[in-house]
Ligand binder design. Structure first.
Ligand code: S6P
Ligand code: ZN
Length: 187
């Protein structure tokens, strides 16, 4: 049974906001401090906002679609670029589409069995995140990295593995350019 009624909303491609979000949250560095490689840089950074999310409230049902705007701010902690926490979907067999509308960066993805992939994000690039791939937005540019995200209504978020293990790759600045480096050996 479908509970939604038709609606529309307006995306601000510059700010990354929705005109009428049902839920807005900001993730500060303190909520993900252990995810960065450089603890000294974390301690010196204060507690900046790393990213913001503007969501519509949709029933968490398989036939529905969640949608939101994801805004990762520009900056680095040490040499490591600002990024989202990253997650698997709680319902593993659910995919997601990101449409980048502003900024420059990567969608960093990996599977539980050790595959990794980083796809560049620029305005008008649409990224397909398949089912069973954890995903994290990384902003390697000088302006906000903004995407419109769509994913199944019941997908949910599973942060557990990423919180304890991290991603296998990190994206850091080396010689003034983004570089994708190993974080930990594949198991
Ligand atoms: C949800 C989708 C995005 C992220 C958002 C924040 O499936 O992938 O809306 O939730 O980019 O990232 P995170 O990793 O903190 O949920
Ligand atoms: Zn997701």
């Amino acid at each position: 049974m479908f509970l939604s009624t038709p609606f529309s909303d307006v995306i601000d491609r510059v700010e990354g906001t929705l005109a009428s979000p049902d839920n807005v949250y900001e993730r500060h560095l303190s909520a993900m401090a252990e995810m960065y490689e450089d603890a000294e840089a974390v301690a010196a950074a204060g507690d900046p906002v790393i990213y913001k999310v503007y969501e519509k409230k949709i029933p968490e049902l398989a036939g529905e679609l969640q949608w939101c705007m994801s805004v990762t701010l520009p900056g680095k902690i040490g040499r490591e670029y600002y990024m989202t926490k990253g997650h698997f979907h709680e319902v593993r067999d659910t995919a997601e589409i990101y449409l980048c509308v502003r900024g420059t960066g990567y969608m960093l993805m990996e599977t539980e069995d050790g595959q990794s992939k980083a796809l560049e994000m620029n305005p008008d690039v649409a990224v397909y995140v398949p089912a069973r791939w954890a995903h994290r937005s990384v902003n390697t540019g000088g302006e906000p990295l903004i995407s419109f995200c769509v994913y199944p209504g019941d997908a949910g978020h599973d942060y557990g593995t990423i919180e304890t293990e991290g991603f296998r790759k990190r994206i850091v600045e080396i010689d003034g350019r983004p570089a994708i480096i190993d974080n930990r050996p594949s198991s």
